[in-house]
Write a protein that binds this ligand. Sequence first.
Ligand code: TYM
Length: 340
Amino acid sequence: MARIFSGIQPSGSLHIGNYLGAVKNWVELQHKYESFFCIVDYHAITVPYEPADLRARTADMALSLLAAGLDPSKCTLFVQSAVPEHTELAWIFNTITPLGELERQTQFKEKASREESVPAGILNYPVLQAADILLYRAELVPVGEDQVQHLELSREIARKWNARFDARTTTEKVQAKIEGGEPGFFPEPKALLTPTRRVMGLDGQAKMSKSLGNTIDLLEAPASIWEKLKPAMTDPARVRRTDPGTPEVCNIYHLHKAFSPPATVDHVAVQCRTAGWGCIDCKKVLHESMEKEIAPIRARAKEIAANPQKMKDDLAAGAAHASTEAQKTMREVKQKMGLT
Ligand code: TYM
């Protein structure tokens, strides 16, 4: 079974963008691959935060992920800081990563432009991300589109490390390739994207993101979701109810594609093009479709919250298994690098 790895920041509860872009896919993939899913708290401390708040957000994220359908008997779910090898390998990768590559990262440029004094952790963030993935020698990484550039860098780091330290002969590499394996010690991890790889925010202007305040949380109450959907941006051409629209330019239509059955999606498109429905009618139907998918998740969240010890135990078991695998990789890495 091939291995997959993915991570998510402990931002509290999942939003619809995280869910549709990544986590819903994880829930399916956990049955097909040997899966590692990580709540990346070391990444989260690259921006200012309150310790008590981080602890609560980490627990809330674990709860959201379990409620969304991650099953600890099928996948390894754990918190990054419980496995110190992540930062150990990140340091090693820092020594082979070109500074220019880090400065070129779009997310670095965005984040750095908002800070007066930029901590080195923001620059080195994608190096830790490469370490997360390669520590488990994962081949596939299910993520949303915004992580694709970071993954390209992970591949480059794998290539550079392999070229420098993996002493396999060319014949051994060719043989490994013939057998369907990776030619180097570290595989070059590939992104696994979904059709909903970039979910737009309720403002319709930018991707859905907690920092932009344009999100719907997965565990939000139905009435609160409706209050957010009502004013959400639609096709600007539909000024009056009688103005026909273009579904493809409307974010609400794209959310229908993610949540509504195909027959409803077709019907929505026709009603939009012919001005048969107003945007509020369309949003009501979307809200119903969302409820069908989200109500069971909300119910599961309540059950999980009622037994916090079970969640702690699941995370501890996940960390124990991840540690075993991480230590195996680090033993080989240190051996090959002359560190032991
Ligand atoms: P994070 O926590 O920002 O997001 C978690 C996952 O959700 C996806 N996502 C989206 N997908 C579609 N539309 C959106 N609006 C949207 N917003 C978020 C992200 O692409 C991601 O898959 N750096 C990563 C965390 C990380 C990681 C890793 C990921 C650390 N180490 C190793 C993969 C592998 C991040 O901040 O994701």
